[in-house]
Design a protein around this ligand. Structure first.
Ligand code: UDP
Ligand code: MG
Length: 329
């Protein structure tokens, strides 16, 4: 059995002033319960990552960090999206933690699964994926799109854990290896399995948001799905090649047919079908060029090797300010 670990709970927050005051005490309660159960060390912390919020989120995080030393916060200099915010949090603590658990701040993911996650770590796992036991609270549309997406990803050869979002335990050891994954296009749930090490899953119920609104409208969902595929799989390129060959073969048959028509003196009648082919070919070529362009765009971004996040602020630990005020007395 392993030693009790130091746990950092990583929570990305973007415009969450409505939900943060509700869920922050729940996270603290959970942390303290786990400390009392001797699952984790007293030095464990809750790290909020403010993802360039435009509302009072950062003020709330700063206030929390003054109230209890278990709360900490970092703030990104601008909104970079959920995946980058989680990465910023993970990289912030990689050298000081034994384990991290990333979770959304809206209370949708059942906090009670954390005990089991830590237990699985103590049993020797380096990564523990939270897997939703059912999708009953989702709309039919979200359920359908999400499940088809997992199927497509798997078919594309991207290894993803079915029904796992970004609620997971990652050990410091894995994070130290993960920092060498330098890509800019992030799709964490597809990248973490690439690091390897012993892993397992824990199932949990996903509830409705406790307050506030989702920041994942349809457009962002599609963007993440598209990123997931093009960042991790080159199968679309192979499919283009396959499509190209099929189309060429069909075109060859058409040419034979056109020649037959020509020699039998029916060329004028063939005009409609030829124009149709021209249009079809134009369309296919455009699609192909678009997909190839997507990859070239990604290569372009990767060669720049830009920093993936920039931290602009950090909260002070609460115990220091307290002792300072006592000194003054
Ligand atoms: N989030 C973020 N940056 C963004 C969008 C969302 O850090 O640009 C955070 C958000 O605060 C929440 C988590 O990512 O903690 C998941 O977002 P949300 O609950 O809106 O998505 P949903 O659960 O509806 O998919
Ligand atoms: Mg949510």
């Amino acid at each position: 059995m392993r030693q009790k670990p130091v746990l950092y709970i990583i929570i990305p927050c973007y415009n969450e002033e409505a939900v943060l005051p509700v869920t922050a005490p729940l996270f603290l309660q959970k942390l303290q319960e786990m400390i009392q159960l001797s699952l984790i060390q007293e030095e464990s912390r809750i790290l909020f990552v403010n993802d360039g919020s435009r509302d009072r989120t950062w003020e709330i995080i700063s206030e929390l960090s003054k109230k209890d030393p278990h709360y900490m916060g970092i703030s990104q200099s601008r909104n970079r999206g959920h995946q980058n915010a989680v990465l910023a949090g993970l990289m912030e603590v990689k050298d000081i933690c034994d384990i991290t658990i990333s979770i959304d701040c809206d209370g949708q993911d059942d906090l009670n699964a954390m005990n089991e996650m830590v237990q699985k770590y103590l049993e020797g796992n380096e990564i523990v994926y939270g897997v939703r036991s059912s999708r009953a609270t989702d709309t039919f549309f979200k359920r359908f799109t999400a499940q088809s997406f997992y199927k497509i990803l798997n078919w594309m050869g991207v290894e993803v854990v079915y029904n796992h979002a970004d609620y997971r335990l990652i050990s410091g050891r894995v994070l130290k290896e993960f920092q060498n994954f330098k890509e800019v296009n992030l799709y964490l749930r597809g990248m973490i399995p690439l690091v390897g090490f012993q892993s397992t899953t824990v199932s949990y119920e996903r509830h409705e948001r406790l307050a506030g609104e989702s920041h994942y409208p349809l457009s962002k969902m599609f963007a993440l799905a598209f990123d997931g595929i093009t960042s991790l799989s080159i199968k679309p390129i192979r499919m283009i090649a396959g499509l190209g060959m099929t189309v060429s073969f069909i075109s060859f048959l058409f040419i034979v047919w056109i020649l037959i028509q020509y020699f039998s003196g029916h060329t004028v009648q063939g005009w409609a079908s030829i124009s149709a082919i021209v249009c079809l070919m134009g369309g296919i070529q455009l699609i192909c060029a678009g997909v190839i362009g997507e990859y070239i765009g990604k290569i372009y971004l990767e060669t720049k090797a830009r920093p993936r996040y920039i931290i602009s602020e950090r909260t002070e630990p609460a115990d220091v300010t307290e002792s300072e005020t006592e000194d003054r007395k």
